[in-house]
Design a protein around this ligand. Structure first.
Ligand SMILES: Cc1cc2nc3c(=O)[nH]c(=O)nc-3n(C[C@H](O)[C@H](O)[C@H](O)COP(=O)(O)O)c2cc1C
Length: 187
């Protein structure tokens, strides 16, 4: 059986980026648990052609490869910082270029970061409906972390780390040969 591919896409152009750290943490858990091969991209990776693109045809080859990777992924992990209560404009601009047919039925892990807890429901009220438009299988659990949950470029809050593990476990039905039961998290 060929190795399944996980692609992470991060709607931040900061480096370092907490949102990227969160996506990387989920990808590392998925690699440990399911042996998936992961690649992670962010807005900066999309380069100069991205800003003015109205369709995939307007992108240069490197940016196009990232969208091809998203379309071909077995699992997608998306992450965005919260900007003014929602995903970043550039995250939405990237998602606007995706052909809906390529995300239909794909398992998607929804993640976001923010300065505090006030906008923690961005994952439910902004990201989940967005991926609903694409008929993607957003996993039942989603992950939000605030700035204080990170230190030295790592996710250090054990409750959020357990949430990551719980969410990744929900991939099992989508990865043949991994039918481990999903436990119900207390929080
Ligand atoms: C323009 C801008 C708007 C922001 N708006 C919010 C907000 O509405 N709610 C919030 O919790 N954090 C807000 N933040 C804080 C970021 O979401 C937070 O620091 C995030 O972890 C940054 O992620 P990154 O390191 O991946 O870029 C904002 C930051 C910026 C730069």
């Amino acid at each position: 059986m060929s190795q399944k591919k996980l692609v992470g896409f991060v709607g931040s152009f900061s480096r370092p980026s907490r949102s990227r750290t969160l996506v990387e943490t989920a990808a590392a858990h998925a690699a440990d648990r399911f042996g998936v091969d992961s690649s992670i991209y962010d807005i900066t990776d999309l380069g100069q052609s991205f800003g003015n693109a109205r369709s995939l045809k307007d992108l240069d080859q490197d940016a196009r490869k990232i969208f091809d990777a998203i379309a071909e992924a077995d699992v997608l992990v998306v992450g965005t910082p919260t900007y003014k209560g929602s995903y970043t404009g550039l995250f939405k601009h990237a998602i606007d270029l995706i052909d809906p047919i390529t995300l239909a039925g794909k398992p998607v892990i929804l993640t976001a970061t923010g300065g505090g807890d006030r906008h923690a429901l961005i994952v439910e009220h902004q990201l989940r409906p967005l991926f609903g438009f694409f008929q993607a299988h957003s996993l039942p659990s989603a992950i939000y972390a605030s700035d204080r949950d990170f230190a030295d470029g790592r996710l250090v809050n054990d409750i959020i780390r357990s949430r990551v593990a719980q969410t990744v476990a929900e991939l099992a039905p989508f990865l043949p040969g991994h039918s481990s039961p999903v436990s119900i998290a207390a929080e």
